[in-house]
Design a protein around this ligand. Structure first.
Ligand code: XMP
Length: 506
């Protein structure tokens, strides 16, 4: 496996993704928490950083067990760090070197640049320059502005590169990473969804033994894949609970429940709609809605889980971006992002946690899901917020409003499917606005609800662009909604990007 040491670069996760795409397993650790058993790793990559190596607050990793002992690829800050601390000289550049550049390779036939053409485009993003290499280093490439764009330390498998191979604009970046891992570190690309499934099943069997596990299904990709993986490992020892909070999409509770049962999962559907909807009556504030829904969910889940005898494990569909410890830019202290799909459980439940997907990125979860034979319509689902339609009904929530929004959403989402647009969109849904507008139907004046449609493109929900849906599609969808959903006389399309807007309206 490959170790990636994080110095706080915004691109560290991207390095991990590229390495995984090449079918190598890797883990990210903060520079100040290098694992004790570092020799278990077969190669190490040092990330970039917002710091200058000349800054006294810059990361100071202890590389004594790494440099010269394991194959090492140092990127940007990493390359400067090695130059600076092992006999070279790093200085501020006159200009910030940012953007595209082209490589002039100095030594041909170097392993790192195998199959990479002269003048290959790379992406630079740094404000210091390596002016002088350590005396035992060999320059491998330059660009027009950067003399030491790549180097190697003699007698070691240590390589430094000033540019970012993980960034899309570095055309041959993936080839370079492959060269490092295959030619230099001598690793075999063996990390595939199939090996992940095999290894995970073995590991889950070991960890869980004969004990019982409870898991909250949401209908979403992560919890579904986690459930199927666990099911393959421990069969009926897995007890799934799927709660209807009354705020799901139209018919979703029954259709997804049927699908889960069809896959052989041991799942109990709990219809707690009334409990949620009663508690939400009269509440308009978005954060209060979220809290109420979270708390009731815990109560319902807790009741069900404690009714299963002798449960000792709680399984969660947590994924890697939720657990990566990233180095905070404001100092060397590590901040931990933690996230619980079930919203955190009361302490007295005292369950041991099992999170079989916690080392996977979202796209890998989908690939593992496909490997497990889960139907495409479940794996390819758009993300849907835990509080469901509650945060898409602006203002207070009534059963009638939920019904109206379910109908509207159903027409919109079905339309996307029929037009072959569903898989081109990252997330879509409808929002019920807390205003009435005047309309005319036949000879009658109407005064009814307005709904907004929202469809966005995104990779992780952190940023998003609105989707340029075909006018014909919007026209057809709007007509259907106004003709078929009583109580709605106006449809608008949301053309705001995130930032500055968010994906949800609440
Ligand atoms: P925003 O609205 O912040 O949403 O741009 C980003 C992504 O997060 C989802 N979202 C939620 N998911 N509970 C969830 O489980 C929530 O309270 C919540 N709020 C937003 C949203 O659907 C989008 O995918």
């Amino acid at each position: 496996k490959v170790l990636i040491l994080d110095f706080g670069s915004q691109y560290t996760q991207l390095i991990a993704r590229r390495v995984r795409e090449l079918n190598f397993y890797c883990e990210i650790f903060p520079f100040n928490k290098i694992p004790e058993e570092v020799s278990e790793f077969s190669a190490v990559i040092l990330s970039g950083s917002p710091f200058s190596v000349r800054n006294e607050k810059a990361p100071q990793p202890d590389l004594s067990k790494i440099k010269g002992k394991l194959p090492l690829l140092a990127v940007c800050f990493g390359a400067q760090y090695i130059a600076h601390h092992f006999g070279g000289r790093v200085e501020a550049s006159n200009t910030r070197e940012f953007g595209r550049a082209n490589l002039n390779m100095i030594k041909e036939a170097e392993l790192l640049f195998e199959s990479i053409e002269e003048q290959s485009q790379v992406w630079m993003s740094h404000s210091d320059s390596i002016k002088e290499l350590p005396s035992n280093a060999v320059r491998l490439a330059s660009t027009k502005d950067v003399l030491n764009a790549a180097y190697r330390i003699d007698g070691e498998d240590t390589y430094g590169i000033q540019f970012h191979p993980e960034v899309y604009h570095t055309t041959d970046g993936k080839q370079l990473l492959a060269n490092f891992l295959i030619k230099i570190a001598d690793l075999k690309p063996s990390w595939t969804p199939a090996t992940f499934v095999d290894l995970s099943i073995e590991e889950l069997k070991q960890t869980i033994g004969k004990e019982k596990v409870v898991l909250g299904l949401s209908g979403g990709v992560d919890s579904t894949v986690a459930a199927v993986l666990l099911h393959q490992a421990i069969g009926t020892q897995l007890h799934c609970i799927f709660v209807n909070n009354g705020l799901l999409r139209k018919d979703e509770f029954n259709s997804v429940l049927d699908q889960y049962k069809g896959m052989g999962l041991n799942v109990k559907g709990v219809d707690a709609s009334d409990r949620f909807l009663d508690a939400l009556a009269g509440i308009s504030d978005p954060e209060t809605k979220r809290k109420k829904i979270g708390n009731i969910f815990i109560d319902v889940f807790d009741d069900e889980a404690t009714s299963i005898k002798d449960v000792t494990f709680l399984a969660q569909g947590t994924i890697y971006p939720d657990v990566i410890e990233s180095v905070s830019v404001n100092g060397p202290s590590a901040t931990i992002k933690s996230h619980h799909n079930v919203g955190g459980l009361p302490d007295y439940m005292k369950l041991k946690i099992v999170e079989p997907l916690k080392m996977l990125f979202k796209d890998e979860v989908r690939r593992v899901g496909a490997e497990l034979g889960i139907a495409k319509n479940l794996i390819g689902r758009h993300p849907f917020p835990g509080p469901g339609l509650a945060i898409r009904i602006l203002g207070d929530i009534t059963r009638d409003k939920v019904r109206i929004l379910q109908e509207v959403d159903h027409i919109f989402i079905n339309g996307l499917r029929t037009w072959g647009l569903y898989d081109k969109v990252w997330q879509a849904g409808a929002i019920l606005l807390p205003v009435n507008s005047v309309g005319v139907m036949g000879d009658e004046r109407t005064y009814e609800k307005v709904v907004a449609l929202r469809a966005v493109e995104s990779t992780d929900g952190m940023t998003a662009d609105w989707v340029d849906l075909p006018y014909k599609f919007l026209q057809e969808t709007s007509n259907k909604i106004i003709n078929q959903v009583a109580g709605v006389n106006r449809v608008v399309y949301d053309i705001s990007s995130k930032p500055p807007a968010t994906i949800e309206w609440e």
